[in-house]
Design a protein around this ligand. Sequence first.
Ligand code: ATP
Length: 238
Amino acid sequence: MTTLLRAESVEARHGLLQAVRGISFQVAEGEVVALIGANGAGKTTLLRTVAGAHPLAGGVISYGGSSLAGVPAHQRVRLGIAYVPEGRRLFPELTVEENLLVAGRRARPGPWNLASVLESFPALKPLRARPASRLSGGQQQATAIARALMTNPRLLLIDEVSLGLSPKAVDDVYACMTVLRESGTTVLLVEQDLNRALSTADRVICLLEGRIVLDSKTAGVTRDEVVTAYFGFAGRQP
Ligand code: ATP
């Protein structure tokens, strides 16, 4: 499989705090990778660094074989890197359809447009004219993912997929994930829910205090091994 994203000795800081401490991993084209780890492990910082929303303090991030050094966030979007931040950040006063169309304005060529996105996310169809401020958390997350798709990404970065959502809403959002997989989109997602991460992703990367402590195909790892990596020791359940 072709490598789409490669991180080599990547470091990122918040002032003096080193949040990401020299980590290396690869994501292959078409792969769905879940990034897990306890609060403060560095997951959001890493995702933001790949998106260009946080400065790289060391190492190299390459995408499609070229370094992203010096490439600003908006150009990364044009290269096909779409980022769904924690908290979803929709335009609250715009409708679902307007939120989608705004993202589509600078879209790369590709299969996704308003019609195809609504076809793949049928739950959004009846909500087209609803302001984003009046959506439930799950509807907002689905809209945020659909909005990112409107840019025709090759690499979709999704932070905290199920945070704050009801179990039913999480089911609906993960139904979207099936669409992404079938469309061949490469996905790097942050997921607090270990069971979801293990059942959805092809591979799981676990961060602990800014370092990778586990990087494995989900098929090749047990839940206990993941839990041990998650906490740095065995015994507790997340
Ligand atoms: P969470 O699940 O809580 O979002 P995370 O794994 O995404 O955690 P990060 O949010 O990347 O972790 O945080 C990594 C480290 O950087 C933590 O120690 C955190 O306190 C610190 N940090 C994050 N954002 C900032 C910030 N804006 N200013 C200072 N320190 C920060």
